[in-house]
Design a protein around this ligand. Structure first.
Ligand code: COA
Length: 443
């Protein structure tokens, strides 16, 4: 009868081991420690740079099937949420695991709204940034500083405290993000308007000028809401991993969220849509697309906004955004980059190079075009990503805090440096103690 085990023979010793295969086709890396070459041997380790094939947790938050282009939050398909839900409801779903009923949703909305204000000292703190500070750097620094404003947040094993910090972070993130934007424009900060929706209020804090009450355009308010839904979580990516890894040493969630923002700051994660826009602007017109494709196929360039570590099919979020872009253009006017993007996609998807490698447009291919049409500078793109992703980070963090299997994250390494050497006084070091190549590598 078939058994859920893996039989491994160590050809160094001739010994055979039987390793259980757990639910989901998982083997525990620790099981390999029993495979030893002798009594003093440490046992085998698995080596997995960039955690390419290593599950670091069991999670109930987000499901992705990259081969089939499926993304679900708590079991609900992203297409349904983007079509029917709103960001605050989706945030509730992600954080709490279930969709709210009307009463719970009203309470949740209220609980988020009463946390949109920030302490005046946070405002003053932000005023201290240089006039041209990158808004993502400001967000990162300010969320880290918020740790000092809420010392109660360190009670991470207390459910009520976790709930309070979750509401505070989801509530305040748009405020800090908008202050960062206004700062970089030299404009006065705008306080939250809790009569508006989550995204309506965000637009008000970004773009309000002298009017008494800002009236968000409903199409743009809705588009931003859809963008927020699409970016709310994406399981164990670089920033979620940073949240969990830093959170595993039990700091308060502001410190862990600052780490997640730092991870998202990088061009390979939150900055990819900026790279996609730059590429489309560089191409400039449809007739120059074949030349770009040629360069890409020659390995000289990558097609920014194409390909994904997990999706080997059309990224379902890109499909939704491609459609959404046209709704936004009805209000903002057409961003001409869309025509180049669509033609580029058409040519690429018919090309053997892209077909063979399963390279499809990802979420970043279209999101930047929409943000740009809405008037956001590129420096704001990762900030717009961080606001909704806060819900996902907090859900991942809370799951980690409650998981009895989790401990402080502490990977192993394969040491490839020098074996033991003896220290020598500097005047006696006739020969360099480090190899020249090692010295230059170390710098
Ligand atoms: N343009 C052209 N070729 C690409 C490509 C792209 N955007 N992405 C991957 N490839 C090619 C690689 O060169 C490689 O070809 P090879 O087999 O001939 O060497 C093959 O496809 C597999 O790529 P690989 O780098 O192994 O995939 P990955 O899973 O490690 O990388 C990304 C995933 C996202 C990092 C990668 O697709 C990429 O850099 N994309 C552009 C940046 C981007 O849009 N990032 C945002 C992701 S949401």
């Amino acid at each position: 009868m078939a058994k859920n085990t893996l039989t491994v023979t160590d050809n160094r010793t001739g010994k055979t081991y039987e390793i259980p295969i757990e639910e989901g086709g998982v083997v525990r890396a620790a099981a390999f420690r029993d495979i030893k070459n002798g009594a003093d041997d440490f046992g085998l380790m698995t080596y997995d740079p960039a955690l390419f094939n290593t599950a670091v947790c069991r999670s109930r938050v987000t499901f992705i099937d990259g081969d089939r282009g499926i993304l679900r939050y708590r079991g609900y398909p992203i297409e349904q949420l983007a079509e029917e839900s709103n960001f605050l409801e989706t945030a509730y779903l992600i954080v709490k695991g279930e969709l709210p009923d009307q009463k719970h949703f009203r309470t949740w909305q209220h609980n988020i709204k009463i946390h949109t204000m920030v302490h005046e000292n946070i405002k003053r703190f932000m005023e201290g940034f240089r006039h041209d500070a990158h808004p993502m750097g400001m967000l990162l620094g300010t969320v880290g500083a918020m740790s000092t404003f809420y010392p109660d947040a360190k009670n991470i094993f207390d459910l009520e405290s976790r709930r309070l910090q979750t509401r505070r972070l989801i509530g305040k993130m748009p405020t800090v993000a908008a202050f960062a934007y206004r700062h970089s424009r030299g404009l006065p900060y705008v306080y939250p308007d809790n009569d508006l929706s989550y995204t309506g209020n965000f637009l008000s804090m970004l773009f309000k000028m002298t009017e008494l009450q800002y009236k968000p355009n409903p199409v743009l308010e809705h588009a931003l809401d859809v963008l927020f839904i699409l970016h709310a979580d994406h399981e164990q990516n670089c920033s979620a991993n940073a949240m969990r890894s830093v959170g595993s040493s039990s700091p308060d969630p502001y410190a862990a969220t600052a780490a997640a923002i730092a991870a998202l700051y990088g061009p390979l994660h939150g900055g990819a849509n900026e790279a996609a826009i730059n590429m489309l602007m560089e191409v400039g017109s449809k007739d120059r697309i074949p030349a770009l494709i040629k360069e890409v196929k020659a390995g000289e360039k990558k097609l920014n906004g194409f390909g994904h570590r997990v999706y080997k099919n059309y990224d379902p979020r890109a499909k939704i955004l491609k459609k959404l872009a046209y709704d936004v253009f009805e209000v903002t006017g057409r961003n001409p980059l869309i025509d180049i993007a669509i033609e580029l996609e058409r040519i690429a998807l018919e090309d053997e190079y892209f077909i063979k490698r399963k390279l499809y447009p990802n979420v970043d291919f279209y999101s930047g075009i929409i943000y740009q049409a809405m008037g956001f500078p590129m420096t704001m793109f990762p900030v717009l990503f961080a606001i909704p992703r806060t819900a996902g980070w907090l859900a991942q963090w809370a799951e980690m805090v409650r998981d009895p299997e989790q401990k402080i994250t502490r990977p192993r390494q394969v040491y490839i440096g020098e074996s033991e050497r003896q220290w020598m006084p500097i005047e006696k070091r006739a020969e360099p103690t480090m190899r020249e190549d090692a010295v230059s590598e170390a710098i």
